[in-house]
Design a binder for this molecule. Sequence first.
Ligand code: LHQ
Length: 255
Amino acid sequence: TILLERSQSIGIVTLNRPNKLNACTSTMHRELVDVLEALDQDDAVRAVVLTGSGRAFCAGQDLGVTKQGPIDYEEALKRGYNRVIRSLTHLEKPVIAAVNGVAAGAGVALALACDYKVAADDASFVQAFVHIGLVPDSGCTWLLPRHVGLARAMELAMFGDKLDANEAETIGLINRVVPRDTLLAEAFEIAQRLASLPTRAIGLMKRAFYDGLESSLSDSLDREAHIQQLASQTADHQEGIAAFLEKRRPTFRGM
Ligand code: LHQ
Protein backbone atom coordinates (compact mmCIF):
# COMPACT_ATOMS: atom_id res chain seq x y z
CA THR A 1 0.00 0.00 0.00
CA ILE A 2 3.10 2.22 0.15
CA LEU A 3 5.55 2.58 -2.73
CA LEU A 4 9.14 3.73 -2.24
CA GLU A 5 11.34 4.89 -5.06
CA ARG A 6 14.81 6.37 -4.78
CA SER A 7 16.00 8.78 -7.42
CA GLN A 8 19.31 10.58 -7.00
CA SER A 9 19.28 11.64 -3.36
CA ILE A 10 15.48 11.84 -3.12
CA GLY A 11 13.15 9.25 -1.58
CA ILE A 12 9.70 9.31 -3.16
CA VAL A 13 6.98 7.78 -1.00
CA THR A 14 3.60 7.13 -2.62
CA LEU A 15 0.38 6.26 -0.81
CA ASN A 16 -0.96 3.54 -3.04
CA ARG A 17 -4.64 2.58 -2.64
CA PRO A 18 -5.92 4.69 -5.52
CA ASN A 19 -9.33 3.02 -5.81
CA LYS A 20 -10.01 4.04 -2.16
CA LEU A 21 -8.53 7.51 -2.65
CA ASN A 22 -5.54 6.31 -0.60
CA ALA A 23 -7.69 6.03 2.54
CA CYS A 24 -5.49 4.72 5.36
CA THR A 25 -5.53 1.27 6.92
CA SER A 26 -3.40 -0.01 9.80
CA THR A 27 -1.21 -1.91 7.29
CA MET A 28 -0.59 1.32 5.49
CA HIS A 29 0.43 3.05 8.73
CA ARG A 30 2.90 0.29 9.57
CA GLU A 31 4.41 0.35 6.08
CA LEU A 32 4.59 4.14 6.07
CA VAL A 33 6.37 4.29 9.44
CA ASP A 34 8.84 1.59 8.30
CA VAL A 35 9.58 3.40 5.05
CA LEU A 36 10.04 6.78 6.76
CA GLU A 37 12.36 5.27 9.38
CA ALA A 38 14.42 3.57 6.65
CA LEU A 39 14.74 6.88 4.78
CA ASP A 40 15.77 8.64 7.99
CA GLN A 41 18.60 6.11 8.44
CA ASP A 42 19.74 6.20 4.81
CA ASP A 43 22.57 8.74 4.46
CA ALA A 44 22.25 8.71 0.67
CA VAL A 45 18.76 10.24 0.97
CA ARG A 46 18.72 14.00 1.58
CA ALA A 47 15.06 14.86 0.93
CA VAL A 48 11.77 12.99 0.85
CA VAL A 49 8.65 13.54 -1.27
CA LEU A 50 5.25 12.25 -0.06
CA THR A 51 2.47 11.94 -2.64
CA GLY A 52 -0.56 9.83 -3.53
CA SER A 53 -1.31 7.65 -6.52
CA GLY A 54 -4.39 8.26 -8.64
CA ARG A 55 -6.67 11.26 -8.28
CA ALA A 56 -6.43 11.78 -4.50
CA PHE A 57 -3.67 12.54 -2.01
CA CYS A 58 -5.35 10.79 0.94
CA ALA A 59 -8.99 10.49 2.07
CA GLY A 60 -8.02 9.96 5.72
CA GLN A 61 -9.15 6.94 7.70
CA ASP A 62 -10.57 4.08 5.63
CA LEU A 63 -14.19 4.25 6.77
CA GLY A 64 -14.86 0.85 5.17
CA VAL A 65 -13.09 -0.94 8.04
CA THR A 66 -15.84 0.13 10.45
CA LYS A 67 -18.01 -2.51 8.71
CA GLN A 68 -15.71 -5.23 10.09
CA GLY A 69 -16.65 -4.40 13.67
CA PRO A 70 -16.15 -1.69 16.27
CA ILE A 71 -12.82 0.14 16.25
CA ASP A 72 -11.04 1.36 19.36
CA TYR A 73 -10.35 4.84 18.04
CA GLU A 74 -7.89 5.75 20.76
CA GLU A 75 -5.81 2.65 20.02
CA ALA A 76 -6.11 3.16 16.26
CA LEU A 77 -4.84 6.70 16.60
CA LYS A 78 -2.03 5.90 19.01
CA ARG A 79 -0.78 2.89 17.03
CA GLY A 80 -1.39 4.30 13.58
CA TYR A 81 -1.75 7.97 12.76
CA ASN A 82 0.19 9.32 15.72
CA ARG A 83 3.24 7.21 14.86
CA VAL A 84 3.06 8.32 11.23
CA ILE A 85 2.87 12.00 12.18
CA ARG A 86 5.81 11.62 14.57
CA SER A 87 7.83 9.79 11.89
CA LEU A 88 7.28 12.70 9.50
CA THR A 89 8.04 15.46 11.98
CA HIS A 90 11.00 13.66 13.59
CA LEU A 91 12.58 12.77 10.24
CA GLU A 92 15.74 14.89 10.23
CA LYS A 93 15.54 15.70 6.53
CA PRO A 94 13.23 17.95 4.56
CA VAL A 95 9.94 16.28 3.63
CA ILE A 96 7.89 17.70 0.76
CA ALA A 97 4.18 16.95 0.42
CA ALA A 98 3.17 16.80 -3.25
CA VAL A 99 -0.60 17.04 -2.84
CA ASN A 100 -1.97 15.55 -6.06
CA GLY A 101 -5.69 15.72 -5.29
CA VAL A 102 -8.10 15.78 -2.38
CA ALA A 103 -6.72 15.53 1.16
CA ALA A 104 -9.45 14.74 3.70
CA GLY A 105 -9.47 14.19 7.47
CA ALA A 106 -6.19 12.67 8.60
CA GLY A 107 -5.00 13.10 5.00
CA VAL A 108 -4.76 16.83 5.68
CA ALA A 109 -2.61 16.06 8.73
CA LEU A 110 -0.21 14.03 6.57
CA ALA A 111 0.34 17.07 4.36
CA LEU A 112 0.59 19.50 7.31
CA ALA A 113 3.25 17.36 8.98
CA CYS A 114 5.51 17.77 5.95
CA ASP A 115 7.98 20.66 5.85
CA TYR A 116 7.03 22.08 2.46
CA LYS A 117 3.68 21.65 0.77
CA VAL A 118 3.17 21.95 -2.97
CA ALA A 119 -0.24 21.17 -4.42
CA ALA A 120 -1.74 20.60 -7.85
CA ASP A 121 -4.11 23.40 -8.87
CA ASP A 122 -7.06 20.99 -8.67
CA ALA A 123 -6.14 19.63 -5.23
CA SER A 124 -8.36 20.36 -2.23
CA PHE A 125 -8.35 20.13 1.54
CA VAL A 126 -11.26 19.16 3.76
CA GLN A 127 -11.44 18.77 7.53
CA ALA A 128 -13.95 15.97 6.99
CA PHE A 129 -14.13 14.89 10.64
CA VAL A 130 -17.19 16.94 11.58
CA HIS A 131 -19.24 15.34 8.79
CA ILE A 132 -19.00 12.01 10.62
CA GLY A 133 -19.35 13.47 14.11
CA LEU A 134 -15.65 13.39 14.95
CA VAL A 135 -13.06 15.93 15.98
CA PRO A 136 -9.84 16.71 14.11
CA ASP A 137 -7.13 14.20 15.01
CA SER A 138 -3.71 13.02 13.81
CA GLY A 139 -2.25 16.33 14.96
CA CYS A 140 -4.73 18.59 13.16
CA THR A 141 -5.70 20.46 16.34
CA TRP A 142 -2.03 21.36 16.82
CA LEU A 143 -0.83 21.70 13.24
CA LEU A 144 -3.77 23.48 11.66
CA PRO A 145 -3.92 26.58 13.95
CA ARG A 146 -0.14 26.85 13.71
CA HIS A 147 -0.43 27.08 9.94
CA VAL A 148 -3.54 29.22 9.47
CA GLY A 149 -4.29 30.72 12.91
CA LEU A 150 -7.00 29.72 15.36
CA ALA A 151 -9.92 31.54 13.71
CA ARG A 152 -9.41 29.86 10.32
CA ALA A 153 -8.58 26.50 11.91
CA MET A 154 -11.83 26.51 13.90
CA GLU A 155 -13.78 27.61 10.84
CA LEU A 156 -12.32 24.82 8.68
CA ALA A 157 -12.85 22.22 11.41
CA MET A 158 -16.40 23.26 12.39
CA PHE A 159 -17.88 23.63 8.90
CA GLY A 160 -15.73 21.01 7.17
CA ASP A 161 -15.96 22.92 3.90
CA LYS A 162 -13.66 22.01 1.06
CA LEU A 163 -10.81 24.47 0.49
CA ASP A 164 -9.28 24.62 -2.97
CA ALA A 165 -5.54 24.74 -3.53
CA ASN A 166 -5.40 28.47 -4.24
CA GLU A 167 -7.35 29.32 -1.09
CA ALA A 168 -5.12 26.95 0.87
CA GLU A 169 -2.06 28.80 -0.38
CA THR A 170 -3.59 32.20 0.41
CA ILE A 171 -4.24 31.30 4.05
CA GLY A 172 -0.84 29.67 4.55
CA LEU A 173 -1.94 26.04 4.76
CA ILE A 174 0.41 25.20 1.88
CA ASN A 175 3.43 26.86 0.26
CA ARG A 176 2.75 26.69 -3.46
CA VAL A 177 0.25 25.74 -6.18
CA VAL A 178 1.42 24.41 -9.56
CA PRO A 179 -0.37 23.14 -12.67
CA ARG A 180 -1.53 19.55 -12.19
CA ASP A 181 0.63 18.13 -15.02
CA THR A 182 3.82 19.54 -13.55
CA LEU A 183 3.24 18.62 -9.88
CA LEU A 184 5.68 15.73 -9.58
CA ALA A 185 8.37 17.46 -11.63
CA GLU A 186 8.00 20.61 -9.49
CA ALA A 187 8.04 18.61 -6.25
CA PHE A 188 11.15 16.77 -7.44
CA GLU A 189 12.86 20.03 -8.31
CA ILE A 190 12.04 21.48 -4.87
CA ALA A 191 13.33 18.26 -3.29
CA GLN A 192 16.55 18.44 -5.31
CA ARG A 193 17.10 22.03 -4.28
CA LEU A 194 16.56 21.12 -0.63
CA ALA A 195 18.78 18.03 -1.03
CA SER A 196 21.67 20.22 -2.17
CA LEU A 197 21.55 22.20 1.09
CA PRO A 198 23.23 21.27 4.40
CA THR A 199 20.98 18.35 5.35
CA ARG A 200 22.12 18.16 8.97
CA ALA A 201 21.37 21.85 9.49
CA ILE A 202 17.91 21.41 7.96
CA GLY A 203 17.24 18.40 10.18
CA LEU A 204 18.36 20.34 13.23
CA MET A 205 16.39 23.49 12.36
CA LYS A 206 13.30 21.33 11.89
CA ARG A 207 13.78 19.93 15.40
CA ALA A 208 14.37 23.45 16.76
CA PHE A 209 11.20 24.84 15.15
CA TYR A 210 8.99 22.05 16.49
CA ASP A 211 10.49 22.29 19.97
CA GLY A 212 10.32 26.08 19.81
CA LEU A 213 6.59 26.01 19.10
CA GLU A 214 6.12 24.38 22.49
CA SER A 215 8.46 26.41 24.64
CA SER A 216 9.26 29.86 25.97
CA LEU A 217 11.55 32.34 24.22
CA SER A 218 14.07 31.89 26.99
CA ASP A 219 14.14 28.10 26.59
CA SER A 220 14.27 28.47 22.80
CA LEU A 221 17.32 30.71 23.05
CA ASP A 222 19.14 28.08 25.09
CA ARG A 223 18.04 25.27 22.78
CA GLU A 224 19.17 27.20 19.70
CA ALA A 225 22.59 27.69 21.25
CA HIS A 226 22.86 23.95 21.85
CA ILE A 227 21.61 23.02 18.38
CA GLN A 228 23.93 25.58 16.78
CA GLN A 229 26.81 23.89 18.54
CA LEU A 230 25.79 20.61 16.86
CA ALA A 231 25.46 22.29 13.45
CA SER A 232 28.86 23.91 13.86
CA GLN A 233 30.48 20.48 14.07
CA THR A 234 29.34 19.41 10.59
CA ALA A 235 31.51 19.23 7.50
CA ASP A 236 28.90 21.32 5.69
CA HIS A 237 29.48 24.21 8.11
CA GLN A 238 33.24 24.05 7.40
CA GLU A 239 32.46 23.98 3.67
CA GLY A 240 30.07 26.94 3.98
CA ILE A 241 32.71 29.04 5.75
CA ALA A 242 35.48 27.99 3.33
CA ALA A 243 33.30 28.76 0.29
CA PHE A 244 32.42 32.18 1.70
CA LEU A 245 36.04 33.08 2.34
CA GLU A 246 37.11 31.77 -1.08
CA LYS A 247 34.23 33.61 -2.78
CA ARG A 248 32.85 30.46 -4.44
CA ARG A 249 29.62 28.47 -4.26
CA PRO A 250 29.59 25.84 -1.51
CA THR A 251 29.16 22.15 -2.26
CA PHE A 252 27.29 20.64 0.65
CA ARG A 253 27.49 16.89 1.19
CA GLY A 254 24.80 16.54 3.84
CA MET A 255 27.15 15.71 6.69
C1 LHQ B 1 -13.37 6.03 0.79
C2 LHQ B 1 -12.97 7.06 1.65
C3 LHQ B 1 -12.62 6.75 2.98
C4 LHQ B 1 -13.08 4.54 2.49
C5 LHQ B 1 -13.44 7.92 -0.23
N1 LHQ B 1 -12.69 5.46 3.34
N2 LHQ B 1 -13.42 4.77 1.22
C6 LHQ B 1 -8.66 8.15 12.51
C7 LHQ B 1 -8.72 6.99 13.33
C8 LHQ B 1 -9.84 6.36 13.72
C9 LHQ B 1 -11.00 6.68 13.46
C10 LHQ B 1 -11.49 7.80 12.84
O1 LHQ B 1 -10.81 8.80 12.24
C11 LHQ B 1 -9.56 8.94 12.01
C12 LHQ B 1 -9.14 10.05 11.18
C13 LHQ B 1 -9.92 10.42 9.96
O2 LHQ B 1 -9.32 10.59 8.93
S1 LHQ B 1 -11.61 10.64 10.03
C14 LHQ B 1 -12.03 11.24 8.43
C15 LHQ B 1 -12.15 10.12 7.44
N3 LHQ B 1 -12.32 10.60 6.10
C16 LHQ B 1 -13.46 11.12 5.63
O3 LHQ B 1 -14.43 11.25 6.32
C17 LHQ B 1 -13.49 11.45 4.15
C18 LHQ B 1 -14.54 10.63 3.44
N4 LHQ B 1 -14.50 10.87 2.02
C19 LHQ B 1 -15.03 11.97 1.44
O4 LHQ B 1 -15.52 12.86 2.08
C20 LHQ B 1 -14.94 12.04 -0.06
O5 LHQ B 1 -14.79 10.75 -0.57
C21 LHQ B 1 -13.77 12.92 -0.55
C22 LHQ B 1 -14.05 14.39 -0.18
C23 LHQ B 1 -12.42 12.49 0.05
C24 LHQ B 1 -13.64 12.79 -2.08
O6 LHQ B 1 -14.91 12.99 -2.68
P1 LHQ B 1 -15.14 12.58 -4.21
O7 LHQ B 1 -14.02 13.13 -5.02
O8 LHQ B 1 -16.53 12.99 -4.54
O9 LHQ B 1 -14.98 10.98 -4.27
P2 LHQ B 1 -16.01 9.87 -3.76
O10 LHQ B 1 -16.64 10.30 -2.50
O11 LHQ B 1 -16.89 9.46 -4.88
O12 LHQ B 1 -15.02 8.63 -3.40
C25 LHQ B 1 -14.48 7.73 -4.40
C26 LHQ B 1 -14.36 6.36 -3.82
O13 LHQ B 1 -13.46 6.35 -2.70
C27 LHQ B 1 -15.72 5.87 -3.26
O14 LHQ B 1 -15.76 4.47 -3.41
P3 LHQ B 1 -16.65 3.81 -4.59
O15 LHQ B 1 -16.48 2.34 -4.35
O16 LHQ B 1 -18.05 4.31 -4.39
O17 LHQ B 1 -16.03 4.30 -5.86
C28 LHQ B 1 -15.59 6.21 -1.79
O18 LHQ B 1 -16.42 5.45 -0.99
C29 LHQ B 1 -14.15 5.89 -1.53
N5 LHQ B 1 -13.64 6.61 -0.36
N6 LHQ B 1 -13.03 8.23 0.98
N7 LHQ B 1 -12.21 7.67 3.84
